[in-house]
Design a protein around this ligand. Structure first.
Ligand code: HMG
Ligand code: MG
Length: 314
C-alpha cells in the first residue's frame, strides 16, 4: 500500500520578532520599574539578538503612568548597532517627544472597534485616522518609519466579535496612509485558528501579506497556535513580549502578550531562524520577572528554570 502524502504548507525560513515587552509588557504592570532597570532589560534583549525593540511610548502619563519614563529611557540608552528602538506615538505631541529623543521608528495605534478606540485613545476611529496623517507627514520629513497597529482584530472587550471586513478596511487605511507594516492585534487574546484565518484572509486581500505582522495576547492560551496559523498564511513578523508580560490597561481582563521565549522555542523547533540566542533570552526573562517579583508567564521559561534549579540542587 502506498503511503498517503500529507500536505504541509511551506513555512518561512526566517521570522522577525518585534519585542514589545518594554512597552506593551510593562505598560500594564502594577509594580513600577525604574528607567535604569528598563534600560537594563532593553540592553539584555538587544544582547540576546533581538533587533527590533519597542522601548517605550509617548502617551499621556495620566493615561499610562508606567510609560512616563520613556523620555529618560531614550535619552540614556546606549544603542546597539543594527537594533531599532521604537516607540508608540498616539498624536503629534507624542511624535514630537519621540523625535526629540531620537526614537528610531514610531508606531501609531488604531482599532477595528469603535468602543475600544474611544476607551484607549479617546476618539473615534475616523478621528484617529485624521490624527495619524500629520504624524506620518512629519515622520516622512524626519526620515522615520511608521508602523501601524490595529487593535481588536478578532474580538473587542466592549463589542464582542469583530467583522474581518472591518479589520481589513482599517488595516488598508493605515497602509494607504503610509505605514510600512500593519500589526494586527488580538488585544484580548480571544482568537482561534478559525477566526484568525478568516481575519487574515480578509486583510490580505487589501494589504500585501508581506506588509502584515501579528500581535497576539495569550488570554485563552491560543497565541502559539494562532501564530503557527499565521506563518502558514505567509506572515513573517511576530510581536511578542519577554516573559509574557503585559496587556492593555484599556482592555479589561486581557492577559499578557505571547511570551517571546515560547515563540522562539516554537520557531527553533520548526528550524525557522530568528537570530536570537535562546539562553540569553531566557536569562532576560528571568531578570525582568525577578524585578517584578513574579514568575514568567511562559511555560517554556518556567520549564527551563525548573530544570536549572534541579541541576543546581543535585
Ligand atoms: P485626551 O485626554 O483626549 O488628550 O487623550 P488631550 O489632547 O485632551 O490631552 C489631555 C492631557 O494629556 C493634556 O494634559 C495633554 O497635555 C496630555 P493636561 O492639560 O490634562 O495636563 N497629553 C499628552 N501628554 C504626554 N504625551 C502625549 C500627550 N497627549 C496629550 N502624547 C491621548 C488622548 C491619546 C493622549 C490619551 O488617550 C492616551 O495617552 N492614550 C494612550 C493609551 C495607551 O497608551 N494605551 C495602551 C497602548 S495601545 C495597546 O496596548 C494595544 C497594542 O498593544 C495592540 C494590541 O494589543 O491590540 C498597540
Ligand atoms: Mg498589545
Amino acid at each position: 500500500m502506498s503511503a498517503k502524502k500529507l500536505i504541509i504548507n511551506e513555512l518561512p525560513k526566517v521570522v522577525k520578532i518585534v519585542e514589545v515587552g518594554p512597552r506593551d509588557g510593562l505598560q500594564n504592570e502594577k509594580k513600577l520599574i525604574s528607567a535604569d532597570d528598563k534600560i537594563a532589560l532593553i540592553n539584555q534583549l538587544a544582547d540576546a539578538g533581538i533587533n527590533y525593540i519597542e522601548s517605550g511610548s509617548f502617551v499621556s502619563p495620566k493615561w499610562v503612568p508606567q510609560m512616563a519614563t520613556s523620555t529618560e529611557i531614550f535619552k540614556k540608552l546606549v544603542r546597539k548597532k543594527g537594533v531599532t528602538y521604537a516607540a508608540l506615538t498616539p498624536n503629534m505631541r507624542g511624535f514630537e517627544n519621540a523625535l526629540a529623543v531620537n526614537a528610531d521608528e514610531v508606531a501609531i495605534f488604531g482599532a477595528a472597534s469603535e468602543s475600544f478606540s474611544q476607551k484607549n485613545i479617546n476618539c473615534s476611529i475616523e478621528e484617529s485616522l485624521e490624527r495619524f496623517v500629520p504624524i506620518i507627514t512629519a515622520a516622512k520629513k524626519a526620515n522615520i518609519k511608521v508602523r501601524g497597529y490595529v487593535s481588536c482584530v478578532v474580538g473587542c472587550p466592549y463589542e464582542g466579535d469583530i467583522d474581518p471586513e472591518q479589520v481589513a478596511m482599517i488595516a488598508e487605511k493605515m497602509y494607504q496612509l503610509g505605514c510600512y507594516e500593519v500589526s494586527l492585534g488580538d488585544t484580548i487574546g480571544v482568537g482561534t485558528v478559525a477566526s484568525v484565518q478568516k481575519m487574515l484572509q480578509a486583510v490580505s486581500v487589501k494589504v500585501p501579506v508581506e506588509k502584515l505582522a501579528v500581535h497576539f495576547h495569550d488570554t485563552y492560551g491560543q497565541a502559539l497556535t494562532n501564530i503557527y496559523t499565521a506563518l502558514q498564511m505567509g506572515i513573517k513578523v511576530v510581536d511578542s513580549a519577554i516573559a509574557g508580560l503585559g496587556g492593555c490597561p484599556y482592555a479589561k481582563g486581557a492577559s499578557g502578550n505571547v511570551a517571546t521565549e515560547d515563540v522562539v522555542y516554537l520557531l527553533n523547533g520548526l528550524n525557522i531562524d530568528t537570530g536570537i540566542d535562546f539562553q540569553k533570552l531566557l536569562s532576560t526573562g528571568w531578570y525582568i520577572s525577578d524585578k517584578l517579583g513574579k514568575a514568567p508567564i511562559s511555560k517554556v521559561s518556567n520549564a527551563y528554570r525548573a530544570k536549572l534549579t534541579k541541576i543546581d540542587s543535585a
